[in-house]
Design a protein around this ligand. Structure first.
Ligand code: G6P
Length: 366
């Protein structure tokens, strides 16, 4: 199989731009596009009888799982336990009867994730894995392997695999919600339609690099960058910070917006850019008050939102204008500007974008 960069300078750029297409492919595998209903594979369990979902993964895949916790708890009203695999495997976490354990892994070979899968299997969980490599060990050892159809991902920093993982997890959340009768058919159709529009919205964001290059000029000067988000935007803040540190080597931390006042606000001054992931949803006003706290201390606020910049009620260093989308799919769409910000910053800093120092694409040791 010959894989090349096409007209892109880096695999990462190519993979970011492939997202509309590969998300479409992935969704087509789990949705009936004509009826706008979920068509989820049989996991070998009655989804209405699951007592709890346990999710585990590493790195970017873990953040996809964290978004799924918000989705499954909100829409399916089912409790979700989640931890990074390197902790869960040693936590000796008690696992419930009729539990579903979900593992997320691009490579399907990550040692900690595999070890946690084996622990869950030994503890009588039903095992479903979301993998990009269908022939991988994690896929083979699962009761059900749910493929992401992202195609080979070469860039060490994961991008298209992440949004495709979210696509599968979104469908899983809807499938569980329906099985448990927590949403109506009409609500299912509305959620599915919002998913079907994701590729189009991402394609729009990908049309213009300029805003991301401008933000990159701000971030490239910084030693530390904070990313804030609330609700399902919190994992996107975590993932955005991870992307930036992985490829630009700038120290970045993702924080739940409400936790700002419990520590990180001490770091804020005019040298600290703060990227705020804030779709205009029912949590928007709360996050706005957090970003105003940042601005009042001279912090450089970069707002990623569908809201007009004036709604921030303070001076912004930059504003990334997002399309207005259903709250449900916002994490899939808002992941993209954080990828582009990290990418453009790394390009500006001249780092090895596709093969950042000290990192490996797949980590098969502890
Ligand atoms: C490595 C990669 C990350 C990836 C993580 C988990 O650290 O550099 O990009 O998120 O492993 O990999 P997996 O293949 O299990 O998704």
């Amino acid at each position: 199989l010959l894989i090349d960069k096409g007209n892109y300078r880096h695999f990462m750029a190519k993979e970011i731009h492939e997202q509309p297409e590969v998300i479409s492919h992935t969704l087509a595998n789990y949705l009936d596009m004509t009826t706008a209903r979920v068509r989820f594979p049989d996991l070998g369990v009655d989804l209405s009888k699951i007592s709890r979902v346990t999710i585990s993964a590493c790195g970017t895949a873990y953040y996809a799982g964290l978004v799924a916790k918000y989705w499954i708890e909100r829409y399916a009203r089912l409790p979700v336990d989640i931890d990074v695999a390197s902790e869960m495997r040693y936590r000796e976490t008690p696992l419930p009867e009729h539990g579903l354990a979900v593992f997320v892994s691009q490579s399907g070979e990550t040692a900690d994730t595999l070890a946690t899968l084996r622990y869950a299997k030994a503890n009588d969980q039903r095992i479903a894995s979301i993998v990009n490599v269908r022939t991988s060990t994690i896929a083979r050892e699962s009761h059900a392997a749910l493929p992401t159809l992202a195609g080979p991902e070469i860039g060490v920093a994961s991008t298209k695999a992440f949004t495709c993982q979210l696509a599968v997890l979104a469908c899983l959340a809807i499938a569980i919600a329906r099985a448990r009768d927590k949403i109506t058919v009409e609500q299912e159709m509305a959620l599915v339609k919002s998913l079907m529009e994701v590729p189009r919205h991402i394609a729009t964001i990908l049309k213009n690099d300029e805003p991301f290059i401008a933000v990159a000029h701000e971030l490239a000067k910084a030693r530390d960058v904070l990313y804030l988000g609330r609700g399902s935007s919190f994992p996107i803040a975590l993932e955005g910070a991870l992307k930036l540190k992985e490829i630009s080597y700038i120290h970045a931390e993702g924080y739940a917006a409400g936790e700002l006042k419990h520590g990180p606000i001490a770091l804020i001054d005019e040298t600290v850019p703060v990227v705020v992931v804030a779709p205009e949803d029912d949590l928007f006003e709360k996050t706005v008050s957090n970003l105003q706290e940042v601005a009042a201390r001279g912090g450089q606020v970069i707002l990623i939102s569908d809201a007009a910049p004036e709604k921030a009620g303070c001076k912004l260093a930059a504003h990334i204008q997002m399309p207005s989308v259903d709250t449900f799919v916002a994490p899939m769409i808002y992941a993209v500007p954080t990828q582009l910000i990290a990418y453009q910053t790394a390009v500006l800093m001249g780092t090895d974008v596709d093969q950042p120092r000290n990192l490996a694409k797949s980590v098969t040791v502890e």
